[in-house]
Design a protein around this ligand. Structure first.
Ligand code: FAD
Ligand code: PYC
Length: 415
């Protein structure tokens, strides 16, 4: 990373005062070549790669709240590439490789930590399914290793590996290159880099209407006035159907709340991500010491960014079944994000039925890991009006052709 000793000293002695703004806050211009709706990781990364890879810099990113305030700043930051289908494996592994370099690429410490992801198995059926996935991953050059119960007892000592456990563990599969990153740093890093290339990031600017002439989008009605656009890109996660309706088409997306909680800070006790799809919970420990715990999405569609108490109760019961010693740990916070779920649990990065309107959605419970690659392929699709090789299978046309790509089994939590 490019830090000089002088700049480190200056910042250390500044008492955190007089720091320059990391990106500007311009008033919107009347027109942009490209307007991106949604200042989450996907919208910001797309703006950056449009400018960096395609030389398009007359771009505005419109965010109704603050950048990263949607799912990007609410997620549990699991980054991995253990997906079943060839096209998914290629896409997600490219994203992990971009993450491996991202702090350097954007000159911003995103705190990427390749601490590995351990997926626990509790039945022969799960082991058989894991073998199939491991073979598919191996064929795609993505290595995983099998962990025995003895390996688990040694490496995750607080996990209950006894045969008398409520849900006895019989083995696990680990992707060592999987990991976590600081979620809002990813948004901020892309924002600062995009701003540096001339992109306007406009916060507190909600899109309320999409204007069309014939089959083309011409302008957006926003809370900061009307903005004309040559091309418009939608990257609003759980609000995708609302935006699609404004543009006059329908999406096969259902929106749900997905919740997570953090505990009080604890001494270091868990140096990997560990989860069980059967018992249905996953845990990791943040650098502050908090246990970050998540599980399934809520069972019914909703736009309420709260989530239901029943899901939290289930999540806690599942967590305690795996880690009974955590029984007296206190929870600090609970929150939810609204996730955008496609029927096959694969994303949609695509042209739309409306000319010059593009959409990135369907990331569901797993789009944080996809931000770098999602940005690259969405920027390519917008700039060249055709998909990148890595998102050819992510078109909206698959819902009419029937060529779906079912990744429900690879979703770490229920989509
Ligand atoms: P967002 O970050 O939600 O950004 C969309 C933005 O659009 C929002 O900021 C919103 O305010 C804005 N917007 C909406 N409507 C409008 C409008 N009308 N006008 C202007 N702006 C608008 N993924 C993983 O890979 N690993 C994980 O471990 C993981 N854990 C998760 C845990 C939880 C609890 C949640 C909620 C999600 C998790 N995810 C995870 C999923 C991941 O967070 C999302 O898929 C990803 O962040 C989506 O990014 P995005 O940029 O598409 O959406
Ligand atoms: O997609 O890896 C994932 C994930 C973990 C937790 C939520 N999503």
């Amino acid at each position: 990373m490019r830090y000089s000793i002088a700049s480190l000293l200056r910042n250390a002695l500044s008492y955190h005062e007089h720091w320059p703004q990391a990106w500007r806050s311009p008033a919107p211009k009347p027109r942009y070549e490209v307007v991106i709706i949604g200042g989450g990781g996907h919208g910001l990364a797309t703006a950056y790669y449009l400018a960096k890879n395609h030389g398009i810099t007359d771009i505005a990113v419109l965010e109704k709240g603050w950048i990263g305030g949607g799912n990007t700043g609410r997620n549990t930051t699991g980054i991995r590439s253990n997906y079943l289908h060839d096209a998914s494996a290629a896409f997600y592994d490219y994203s992990v490789r971009l993450y491996e370099e991202l702090s350097r690429t954007l000159n911003y410490n995103i705190m990427f930590s390749q601490r590995g992801l351990v997926s626990l198995m509790h039945s022969d059926a799960e082991l058989a399914q894991a073998d199939r996935l491991r073979n598919a991953l191996h064929a795609n050059g993505i290595e995983t290793d099998f962990m025995t119960v003895a390996d688990l007892a040694r490496e995750i000592p607080l996990l209950d590996t006894s045969p008398d456990a409520r849900y006895p563990v019989i083995g696990a599969v680990r992707q060592k290159r999987a990991g976590t990153a600081r979620h809002d740093a990813v948004a901020w890093a892309y924002a600062r880099a995009a701003d540096g290339l001339g992109v306007h990031i406009i916060q507190d600017c909600a899109v309320r209407g999409i204007r069309r002439e014939g089959d083309r989008v011409t302008a957006l009605e926003t809370t900061q006035g009307n903005i004309a656009a040559g091309r418009v890109a939608i990257a609003v996660a759980g609000h995708s159907s609302v935006l699609a309706e404004m543009a006059g088409f329908r999406l096969p997306i259902v929106s749900y709340a997905l919740q997570a909680v953090v505990s009080e800070p604890l001494k270091p006790m868990l140096d990997t991500i560990v989860g069980s799809t059967a018992v249905h919970v996953y845990l990791t420990q943040s650098d502050k010491g908090e246990l970050v715990i998540g599980a399934s999405r809520d069972g019914y569609p909703s736009y309420a960014q709260r989530g239901s108490f029943g899901t939290v109760e289930d999540m806690m019961a599942a967590g305690l079944a795996l880690f009974p010693t955590l029984g007296r740990v206190k929870l600090l916070r609970q929150w939810a994000g609204i996730v955008d779920v496609a029927p096959d649990a694969s994303p949609i990065v695509s042209k739309t039925p409306v000319a010059n309107l593009y959409i990135s959605t369907g990331w569901g419970t797993g789009g944080f890991k996809a931000i770098p690659a999602g940005g690259v392929v969405f920027a390519h699709t917008i700039a060249l009006d055709r998909p990148h090789a890595l998102n050819e299978r992510y078109g909206l046309d698959r819902f009419t052709s029937g060529r779906l790509m079912d990744e429900n089994a690879a979703a770490a939590v229920r989509h």
